[in-house]
Write a protein that binds this ligand. Structure first.
Ligand code: GAL
Length: 415
């Protein structure tokens, strides 16, 4: 064999050896997706990362964001980081990015043209600080949905509600029959409910003016007085003794027909899917509680804590690319109940709820910021504690809660 041929054969065998023996890099991935629907969705991400040649080491943290966020943050800030973590964009994440704790994804984003492909623009913007990209957005999710069990209403000769006002009107009859009109979970789910009611009854502009622009006069004025009165009416249809610990337990009460409705983000849709229920037939999904369709930019993103390990960094970049590719996007979002972060995907399997979300996105491309993007964690917690009190103490008056709410807004640090 001539020298040239021998050298070519040697080069080929070396590259084949390199490819064949490219050791799979373990990436420890933390997230708080542990409900039925969430677990089914995150399994699609794990499958895609493993298929890409690396190995997803699952670091699920149960107990939703309120439990997981502090754990994730203390590991990253404490120098014991995971390889990748799911998170929500906002104040906490921005602080860690500014501290230089996350891998810079700017070059990858430019190479894969994320700025042109991903939509709405707000999602990549949530990951970008001073022109640098520090996270990969993986969905657009909206917190503003009402979920109803159709059979609970039709069995009582009632029309399934088209909006929150219809539910309020049907509540006396539901209570008479021992059905909880509105299932509710404790903690952040109460804040989500109230944020949704503010958007539904006062509109997104008045919501953002208070949460983001700190318009205290608006927060303590007549528009919000009417909203807090409505929130009082909604409180009256919640059984304060049946408030569940976890958000998916409240959704399960609707799935089982023990409650008529639940107000929760689109991730509740994943629970109805796992229960093999069909929207429009077994349940209804009402964006914007049927009154003011809205999408928020809270979404889910993945950050990649910096490491000194070159193999891990390579695997992190490959994972970021895998999470936004069209195939992975469809597989994940169909199970999660959220919307794909890019339009160029095959949504043949999309159900009516996802189609409703896409309809809003197409006609309302400016989603409302999530509260985590407008308020610091402490103010969010203070509002959550105040509202949890309100929903568990019938003696608390709406006007008193409004005054305390306005005070929190007044003292919330500028972001
Ligand atoms: C949110 C997260 C959603 C869903 C929800 C309930 O913060 O963005 O994807 O997991 O928590 O756990």
């Amino acid at each position: 064999m001539g020298l040239k041929k021998f050298a070519a054969a040697l080069a080929l065998s070396a590259s084949l050896f390199a490819m064949g023996s490219a050791k799979a890099t373990d990436i420890e991935v933390t997230h708080w997706w542990t409900s039925g629907g969430e677990a089914a969705a995150v399994a699609e991400f794990a499958k895609a990362v493993d298929a890409s040649g690396d190995h997803w080491v699952d670091g699920a943290i149960s107990g939703s964001g309120d439990v997981a966020r502090p754990i994730m943050m203390s590991r990253i800030l404490g120098g014991n980081p995971m390889g990748a973590t799911q998170f929500n964009p906002g104040h906490d994440a921005d602080e860690m990015a500014r501290a230089g704790l996350f891998l810079d994804l700017t070059d990858l984003a430019a190479k894969e043209k994320w700025a042109e492909i991903l939509r709405p623009k707000s999602q990549l913007a949530s990951c970008t600080i001073d022109g640098k990209v520090y996270c990969v957005p993986v969905n657009l999710h909206s917190a503003q949905w009402m979920w109803t069990n159709r059979k609970v209403f039709t069995d009582l000769g009632l029309e399934p509600p088209k909006n929150i006002n219809d539910l309020l009107a049907a509540a006396p009859k539901l209570k008479e029959k021992g059905i909880q009109p509105l299932a509710l979970a404790q903690g952040w789910a109460v804040t989500l409910l109230v944020n949704d009611l503010i958007i539904a009854f006062a509109g997104t502009d008045n919501y953002v003016k208070v949460m983001k622009d700190r318009d205290v006069a608006l927060a303590s004025g007549p528009v919000y007085t009417d909203v807090f009165k409505k929130i009082g009416e909604v409180r009256a249809i919640v059984d304060s003794k049946a408030i569940t610990k976890q958000w998916n337990e409240a959704a399960a009460l609707v799935i089982q027909g023990k409650a008529a409705a639940n107000i929760m983000g689109d991730w509740a849709g994943g629970e109805f899917q796992v229960a093999k229920m069909t929207p429009g037939k077994d349940y209804d999904c009402l964006p914007g509680l049927g009154l003011a369709p809205a999408l928020d930019t809270g979404g889910d993103v993945f950050y990649f804590p910096k490491s000194k390990n070159a193999d891990l960094e390579k695997a992190q970049l490959k994972m970021a690319s895998t999470l936004v590719n069209p195939t992975t996007q469809v597989a994940f979002n169909l199970k999660k109940g959220s919307l794909p972060i890019r339009p160029d995907v095959d949504l043949a399997a999309a159900n009516d709820c996802m189609k409703k979300g896409l309809e809003i996105l197409d006609h309302n491309p400016n989603p409302v910021p999530s509260n985590r993007q407008m308020l610091d964690g402490e103010s969010i917690t203070a509002i959550g504690d105040l509202l949890t009190d309100f929903f568990s103490k019938p003696e608390m008056k709406p006007e008193d809660v409004q005054a305390k709410f306005a005070e929190i807004i007044k003292n919330a640090p500028k972001m």
